[in-house]
Design a protein around this ligand. Structure first.
Ligand SMILES: *[C@@H]1O[C@H](CO)[C@@H](O)[C@H](O)[C@H]1NC(C)=O
Ligand SMILES: CC(=O)N[C@H]1CO[C@H](CO)[C@@H](O)[C@@H]1O
Length: 299
């Protein structure tokens, strides 16, 4: 893997603009109940010095679109609204919420994502997901960017090729060195390698930097607490190191990034990691659940 070669091939020559930074933002409070507009207003007050862009996952869950968009308008934020396509019920409900609220707050809606890691989980093939994306584009009259978010390797291995060829406007690539069990010392190199393998393959298929989809890192981060995953050790010091070297670093290369995630979500149940071990996802916030600071986010 020749990282420098791929970076040269994918980054426009002589452009030194820094990438854009956004945050994944949950729709529930620390106790697991739904956030309302005032909660998003408080979230935005904390995030506003660092970023004015957040992404959600399911526009009708907790009435997210209805609650977040007025708060975003007041705070000058933009939002990626999510549609959860895994079941017909969630797909139809999220699509209805997007169709109802996105046009009312068009300046606040950065884009729409259909699905989160659905190809990774084997729920949809690329062409099945493309059909959903095109349905959403049509339902919105072609007025919004629509795409998806998935694990970097589903772009690298060709699963997502139909989306690249078929007109997805925006593709978010999730890449967690933590869930690949990397040491903090190898975490930035591993992260860059994942992202460039994904972006490099997309570039080959799209064939053009101007007509291809807009690319983002969709989720990346390091937990400040929880259990060790293979060689990946959580902790505030490691999370700050990854923020500085991995996230600030790739922004400096001109890559757009969504940090996962804005605030800790202590309500989340324990899940199981890919290797079968316990996966604690409650301490991935860059800020604590009460919005207090964990470490410096300046780059
Ligand atoms: C470090 O990361 C690179 C890139 O992902 C990977 O090829 C390599 O195996 C990693 N090193 C270790 C010791 O895991
Ligand atoms: C189209 C499709 O395969 N949908 C399935 C996605 O996964 C959920 C369960 O997670 C099923 O209920 C859907 O039928």
């Amino acid at each position: 893997m020749h990282l420098s070669t791929l970076l040269l091939a994918t980054a426009p020559a002589l452009v030194s603009a820094r990438g854009s930074l956004g945050f994944a933002l949950g729709d529930k409070k620390a106790d697991g109940t739904c956030k309302f507009q005032a909660d998003y207003t408080a979230d935005f007050a904390t995030l506003g010095g660092t970023s004015k862009l957040v992404r959600g996952y399911a526009a009708s869950d907790c009435n997210t679109a209805q609650e977040i968009l007025p708060a975003a308008k007041a705070a000058g934020f933009q939002v990626i609204l999510g549609i959860w396509p895994d079941t017909d019920e969630s797909y139809n409900e999220d699509l209805a919420a997007v169709v109802k609220y996105a046009p009312q707050y068009a300046d606040q809606v950065y884009a729409i994502t259909v699905g989160s890691e659905t190809m990774y989980r084997g729920n949809f093939t690329g062409s099945q997901l493309l059909d959903k994306i095109n349905d959403v584009k049509t339902a919105l009259g072609g007025n919004f960017k629509v795409g998806t978010a998935d694990s970097w390797n589903k772009y690298q291995d060709g699963t997502a090729d139909p989306l690249i060829k078929g007109g997805a406007d925006i593709l978010l690539c999730n890449a967690f060195s933590y869930w690949q069990g990397q040491t903090i010392a190898n975490s930035t190199g591993s992260f860059f390698d994942d992202v460039m393998q994904a972006f490099g393959h997309i570039q080959e298929v799209a064939g053009s930097t101007t007509t291809g989809p807009e690319l983002w890192v969709g989720e990346v981060g390091w937990p400040t607490a929880g259990s060790t995953y293979q060689n990946a050790v959580p902790g505030t010091s490691n999370a700050q190191t990854f923020w500085q070297k991995g996230i600030c670093g790739i922004l400096d290369w001109g890559v757009n990034v969504f940090s996962f995630e804005a605030f800790d979500e202590p309500w989340k149940p324990v899940s199981t990691g890919q290797d079968g071990s316990v996966a604690d996802e409650t301490h991935w916030g860059v800020w604590n659940a009460d919005r207090s600071s964990k470490y410096s986010v300046s780059c």
